[in-house]
Design a protein around this ligand. Structure first.
Ligand SMILES: [Zn+2]
Length: 318
C-alpha cells in the first residue's frame, strides 16, 4: 500500500512529467493495439474536453509518439471499429461498456462532496462493478475486460454476438443488468416470488440498494417517508420477509417503492455510455489528470487496489 492520496488534479507540469518519465505504451491492452488502425483516437489538449478528434494510427509506435508529444490532459479511444476512423465511417462493431464513476454513484457511503472522490467511494464503485459483472456472466457473456478509469471502473464486453448490437438492444440490456426496470409481472405475482430471470436480478439489486441507503441523504426520485420506512425494515429485507414488508408499508406504497428503487439503480452507471455505439473511452495507460490517477487495464478485478496500483510516481514522490 502506498500512502493515501487525496486525489487532487495534476498540474500541466506533472502531466508532462508523467508522459515523459512514466508513460508506457506496452500498458495498452492487446484488444486495442491489435486493431489500432480501426479505432478513432481523441485528445483533450487544453483541459476543455476531447476536441482533438478523428485521429487514426496505423501502428502503436505512432500513437506513442503522438501521446508523448501532446502530453494531453486526457486521451481516448473509440469503443467502435471503423473501416475509416478518420471520418468515423464504415462502423462495423463496438464493445459494450459499463462505466461506473465513483463520483456519480448515488449509493456511495463516504462523505465526499459533489464531484469529489476518495478511496472509499472507489471501493463502492468496485463493489457495483463486480455485481454488474456477475449479472453479465449470468447471461452467458464471457469476453469481459476491466479498466480502472482513474475515478471508477469500465467493464468492456467484447463477445462477438454483442459487439454488433444496436442502441435499442443495449438500452434493454443495461436496464436488465442494473435492475433499472420495474419488473412486469403477471397478476398476483411479485418480484420476490420469482427467484430467477429479471425478477431475481431485480430483487438482488433491491437488497443492495436498500442496504446502502442512508438516513440523511437524498436519492433521485425516492420520497423521504418511503425511504425512512424501508430503512427501518432493512433487517426484514435481508431475511427475505417480503410479504411482511409489503404488508407493513402497504401494497400500493410498496409498488411505488419498487419503481423508485429501479429509478435509483438506473444511476449506478452512466447508461449513456453503454448505449452509445460510437463512444470514446479513456485510453488505458494514460493519466486522469483531474484526480492524478492512472487509467489502467486490470488483470484481476477481485484483488485490484487502485491506491497501490494506479498512483503515478509524481504523486508518490510528493
Ligand atoms: Zn468518497
Amino acid at each position: 500500500m502506498t500512502k493515501t492520496t487525496n486525489l487532487e488534479p495534476a498540474t500541466k507540469e506533472q502531466i508532462r512529467q508523467y508522459y515523459h518519465e512514466e508513460y508506457n505504451t506496452k500498458e495498452i491492452p492487446e484488444y486495442i493495439t491489435g486493431n489500432i488502425h480501426r479505432r478513432e483516437f481523441a485528445f483533450d489538449r487544453i483541459g476543455r474536453g476531447p476536441k482533438d478528434r478523428y485521429n487514426q494510427y496505423t501502428q502503436t509506435r505512432h500513437l506513442e509518439k503522438a501521446i508523448k508529444a501532446k502530453a494531453p490532459y486526457a486521451a481516448y479511444t473509440s469503443v467502435a471499429l471503423y473501416d475509416n476512423p478518420r471520418k468515423r465511417e464504415g462502423w462495423t462493431e463496438a464493445e459494450m461498456v459499463f462505466d461506473v464513476d465513483a463520483k456519480d454513484n448515488p449509493l456511495r457511503t463516504c462523505t465526499c462532496k459533489q464531484g469529489e472522490v476518495c478511496p472509499q467511494c472507489l471501493d463502492d464503485a468496485k463493489e457495483i462493478t463486480l455485481k454488474i459483472s456477475d449479472n453479465i456472466r449470468e447471461l452467458g457473456y464471457k469476453d469481459i475486460h476491466y479498466v480502472f478509469s482513474g475515478r471508477g471502473y469500465h467493464i468492456r464486453i467484447q463477445d462477438p454476438e454483442l459487439v454488433k448490437t444496436d442502441r435499442n438492444f443495449r438500452t434493454q440490456l443495461v436496464n436488465y443488468i442494473l435492475g433499472a426496470d420495474t419488473p412486469e409481472l403477471p397478476e398476483g405475482l411479485q418480484h420476490f416470488t420469482i427467484p430467477f430471470g429479471y425478477p431475481g436480478i431485480y430483487t438482488d439489486w433491491f437488497k443492495y440498494t436498500v442496504n446502502h441507503l442512508q438516513k440523511d441523504k437524498r436519492y433521485p426520485g425516492l420520497n423521504r417517508k418511503l425511504k425512512k420506512d424501508i430503512i427501518k425494515r432493512k433487517q426484514l429485507v435481508n431475511n427475505n420477509h417480503w410479504g411482511l414488508i409489503r404488508g407493513q408499508i402497504t401494497p400500493p406504497r410498496y409498488d411505488k417503492l419498487v419503481e423508485m428503487i429501479a429509478g435509483i439503480n438506473h444511476h449506478l452507471c452512466d447508461t449513456k455510455v453503454s448505449i452509445d455505439t460510437k463512444r470514446i473511452l479513456r485510453l488505458p495507460s494514460t493519466l486522469h489528470h483531474k484526480v492524478s490517477m492512472k487509467c489502467m487495464a486490470i488483470r484481476n478485478i477481485e484483488t485490484f487496489d487502485p491506491m497501490s496500483k494506479a498512483v503515478p510516481k509524481f504523486v508518490e514522490e510528493k
